[in-house]
Design a binder for this molecule. Structure first.
Ligand SMILES: [Mg+2]
Length: 243
């Protein structure tokens, strides 16, 4: 993958499609904190961390298929997991207590304050002033719009599109809705799978802003084919690429 900036590669950009979770603000670290809690509870009942993690992953795979991405889907997965942990440990008497704690975690996940990623608060107003910027995020519209409202910068965006998946066809749909053409549009995000490779397949140039705690389901090697991808160290560097 191209990681150095060739100024010619990003000329002519007028529109920015922008991921939010783990690109603008922290997201997955809070899910990892809830996983840490789950593993601690399981360990105290003699169930190894790996087994607890596998159970949660299993239910997440199941629920994402039926309910899509979002907090309700995760809540269902966490509740099913604690039920199975209590049963596997032979401690059904603890099930209700675990359930109450799991619900406290999902309430926290749905409502925690926005924690900005480095340089975003400074760079985002400048970016949106220079480019027509549209949020493209996947998940439950209520969840995702809630975070955009809580961030206090919603008025900076020309649009907020919540899609069920970030497949190439979804990018085509967003571009059609907003009347954008691929040659003038860049996608920015932290997910190699959703924000980079699938946007490339939709014909978009891409800027990869890595996050060290990106969700494992979003990780894959970045395709080396065209259109070009540039990796930056933090969000502030996006402005230099699009200069
Ligand atoms: Mg993201």
């Amino acid at each position: 993958m191209e990681t150095r900036h060739d100024p010619g590669q990003f000329h002519g950009i007028k529109n920015v499609l922008l991921d939010i979770d783990d690109t603008l603000w922290e997201n997955n670290i809070f899910f990892l904190q809830s996983l840490e809690w789950l593993c601690t509870e399981a360990r105290n009942l003699g169930i190894p961390d790996r087994a607890a993690t596998n159970l949660l992953n299993h239910w997440e795979t199941f629920n994402i298929r039926w309910k899509g991405y979002g907090y309700d889907s995760y809540e269902s997965s966490l509740l099913l997991t604690v039920a199975m942990i209590a049963r596997r440990a032979g401690r059904l008497d603890l099930h209700m207590g675990l359930r109450v704690k799991a619900l406290a975690w999902t309430t926290f996940l749905k409502s925690h304050p926005i924690q900005w990623r480095p340089e975003v608060e400074k760079a985002l107003p400048q970016l949106t002033e220079r480019f027509r910027t549209i949020v493209v995020t996947k998940g439950n519209p209520k969840d995702q719009m809630g975070k955009v409202d809580r961030c206090g910068m919603r008025s900076l965006f020309a649009g907020v599109d919540v899609v069920p998946h970030k497949h190439p066809s979804c990018y085509h749909g967003v571009m059609k809705t907003h009347g954008l053409n691929a040659e003038e549009t860049v996608m920015i995000g932290n997910s190699p799978r959703s924000d980079i490779n699938n946007a490339k397949r939709a014909g978009l140039r891409t800027i990869y802003v890595p996050h060290p705690k990106t969700w494992y389901r979003e990780m894959e090697p970045i395709a080396s084919d065209e259109p070009p991808t540039i990796q930056v160290e933090h969000f502030g560097e996006v402005l230099k690429v699009l200069r």
